[in-house]
Write a protein that binds this ligand. Structure first.
Ligand SMILES: *Cc1c(COP(=O)(O)O)cnc(C)c1O
Length: 407
């Protein structure tokens, strides 16, 4: 990157979403709530029903047949909570609007969402996956271990086209990637995929900074546990996609049971309403910390993506475990995307499950720390980081050009 530019100015966020002609910030607070005023409601109702009474079992049979055929959401109330839930559906509607896709399907976690995508393709006999490292540690593990019967070929973005086989069911990339913040040219990779669906894990960017469907990517994945929920109190996943794929995902969700709880659906819808402001404010903090880290002699290298965002990674000259042990305001914890700042050591925690050579080969070094920047005052955050980085070597001068882009 050239400099720590201020990311996501408000004008970026005012870009119009194709589906409705409304701006993203408007959709964030209104999508999924269109029917409320007509019902005399302001806050969305929470429907905790697991089952739905019906005196018309012929009608229910027809609705079940229709769901089995297409996976379309049943008209009227759901038959059973595993087929769908009205509160969760509000979150799905809203997220689809923000990502600019026809539909979205929510799951119990990001990993449940990724699993459902693999099961959809695997059940069609398309078990081969082409993927680009780094990925979130458990996504890497799920593919490498072949837990769902898939077989993976790892490649770099330029190698995607050559890695495709007749049985390739999916191409998977993360951009910016966890934890190196490496970026992938989504338009180029989508082109290289041809007719094979490209799944972009958009957890780090959120639709505020990047909407992969606009680049022709068919499937957009979120660990909604992170920015979409945004407060560290909901575990969830979601796939935004066209309605045809969504139908298959709902059928897999129905059969395998990785559903999202309605209370989580409610919290996620609420989280979306502040997503643009949270992402913009945390990104401004992150850009400032990037500038200070890059000028600090105790820091060997800073990773920050061109599109900006609230995730920062940096390599220290000293012992990264010491840095983790010294933070006081910042919380030393895995996960990310909350209102408060978290720091963790990927080689020990988030990417521990990835084989050490594969991990290092993907650029996840042993001195790399990953910071999820929150909404605290930036000077308070810097004071904590400054203390945690430890003694400045006497006479040390800042490294020139220490700040480098996530190539
Ligand atoms: C956390 C994370 C996941 C997994 O999501 P869970 O909600 O923890 O299951 C997937 N991808 C990325 C980029 C993540 O950060």
């Amino acid at each position: 990157m050239d400099s720590a530019r201020t990311p996501t100015s408000p004008s970026d966020a005012v870009r119009i979403t194709a589906a409705t002609g409304r701006a993203l910030a408007t959709e964030a607070v209104h999508a999924g709530r269109d029917d409320l005023a007509g019902q005399g409601l302001h806050a969305p109702p929470i429907d905790l029903s697991t089952t739905y009474p019906s005196y018309d079992s012929r009608g229910e049979a027809a609705r079940i047949d229709a769901f089995a055929a297409t996976g379309a959401e049943p008209d009227g109330p759901p038959v059973y909570g595993r087929l769908g839930n009205p509160t969760v559906a509000r979150f799905e509607t809203a997220l689809a609007k923000l990502e600019g896709t026809e539909s979205a399907v929510a799951f119990a976690s990001g990993m449940a969402a990724l699993s459902a995508v693999l099961l959809v393709r695997g059940s069609m006999g398309l078990r081969h996956v082409v993927a680009v490292r780094p990925l979130y540690g458990c996504s890497d593990h799920l593919l490498t271990a072949g837990l769902l019967g898939s077989e993976v070929t790892w490649t770099d973005p330029a190698g995607v086209a050559d890695a495709l086989r007749p049985d390739t069911g999916l191409v998977l990339v993360e951009s910016p990637a966890n934890p190196t913040l490496a970026e992938v040219d989504l338009r180029a990779v989508a082109h290289a995929c041809g007719s094979v669906p490209l799944l972009v894990d958009n957890t780090f960017a959120t639709p505020v900074l990047q909407r992969p469907a606009e680049h022709g990517d068919r499937l957009v994945l979120h660990s909604a546990t992170k920015y979409l929920g945004g407060h560290g109190d909901v575990l969830a996943g979601v796939v935004a996609c066209d309605e045809e794929f969504a139908g298959r995902l709902r059928q897999v969700r129905f059969a395998t049971g990785g559903v999202l709880h309605p209370l989580a659906g409610y919290l996620l819808l609420r989280g979306l309403s502040t997503l643009p402001v949270r992402v913009r404010a945390a990104s401004a903090n992150a850009a400032e910390l990037v500038a200070r880290l890059a000028a600090d002699p105790r820091v060997a290298r800073v990773h920050y993506p061109r599109i900006g965002g609230a995730m920062v990674s940096f390599e220290v000259h000293g012992d990264p475990h010491e840095v983790i042990g010294r933070v006081r305001l910042i919380t030393p914890a895995v996960s990310l995307g909350s209102v408060d700042t978290l720091i963790q050591h990927p080689a020990s925690i988030s990417h521990r499950i990835v084989d050490a050579d594969d991990r290092r080969g993907a650029g996840v070094g042993d001195r790399l720390l990953r910071l999820s920047v929150g909404l605290e005052d930036v000077d308070d955050l810097w004071a904590d980081l400054d203390r945690a980085l430890g003694e400045r070597a006497p006479g040390a001068i800042p490294l020139r050009g220490a700040l480098s882009g996530a190539e």
